[in-house]
Design a binder for this molecule. Sequence first.
Ligand code: FE2
Length: 357
Amino acid sequence: MDFYLPTKLFSNIDSFSIALEKLGEKFLIITGKSSAHNGSLDELTKILNKYQKKYEIFNETIENPPKELLELILKRHGKDWDVIIGLGGGSPMDTAKAIAILCKNNISVEELYELEKYNTASKIVCIPTTAGTGSEVTQYSVLTINGIKKGFKHEKIFPTISLLEPKYSLTLPKDLTISTGLDALSHAVESALSLKSNNFSELFAFKAIEIIKDTLPKLINNLENYELRKRMLLASTYAGISISVTGTTIAHSLGYSLTTDKGIRHGLATAVFLPFEIENAKTKNAEKIVSILGNMLDFLKKLNVEITFSVSEQEINKWSEIVANSSHVKVTPGNYDLQKIKEAYHWLIDKSGIYGR
Ligand SMILES: [Fe+2]
């Protein structure tokens, strides 16, 4: 299929409330600490109280959700939930998706990756409070299993409904605004480069690139500007729609180890490889990206992106093996063998100018 998106999107909270009410009686909210401060948790619980729904809140999600987190949630809250709500950034939303599967199937966390083992899930609702992940419109959940960050993809984890409310992101600090914005940009660029891209994914990917190029540099100097926040949320949702068709490509795979092993934020860890990926793609879409965005490395420097970590040759070898075995390699133009993957890491460290020593 060229295009499939079953998620209903709402930007009006009243219409969203009416749709939410109909989804069931028992709701589990999965979130982090920030939703208590940006107004989103308050608004959500008001709706659930108004309709006299039963709900519980798990507010201890962490970045790059590990297996142990999912097990803790199930132990604490059980499995009897009609609806799982992911409220926050990518981690709560991806955690909610995994929990929705685990609630309806007697499988382990590892078995989430064995797609033939399940075909049901609790209903999923996503409310993004950052503008980056696009998880509110995708069938992906990215978890960290035994120290390796890896996604799974299943039609049953498309959210049933999602709310796009930019005001929840008004309090997001500058560093998170940049890293999540660059995650969205990575999705759009990688999708446009993907060998799986088609007319539908390209429509959303290129529009997202256009908006982010224009908006993100302005937003980082004007963090409380509602209009700019709204544009970034729209762009990140567009980018999410584009990867729902294509998936991500090599920059995401290269970046995962920087996140798990060196603690570099996901959006930064992927975006720093975009110049390498664009340069090596040598396709019409790569040219089009450059015509919209200009030089990618200059764009990153304009945002003052610099990453610092110490690394050994053994680590680069280990990371490269993981990337070589990832599904991203097959859909990335540029013939990435083990040698070229190592070259990408060395390019970042020795040549890019954004690696701080
Ligand atoms: Fe991402």
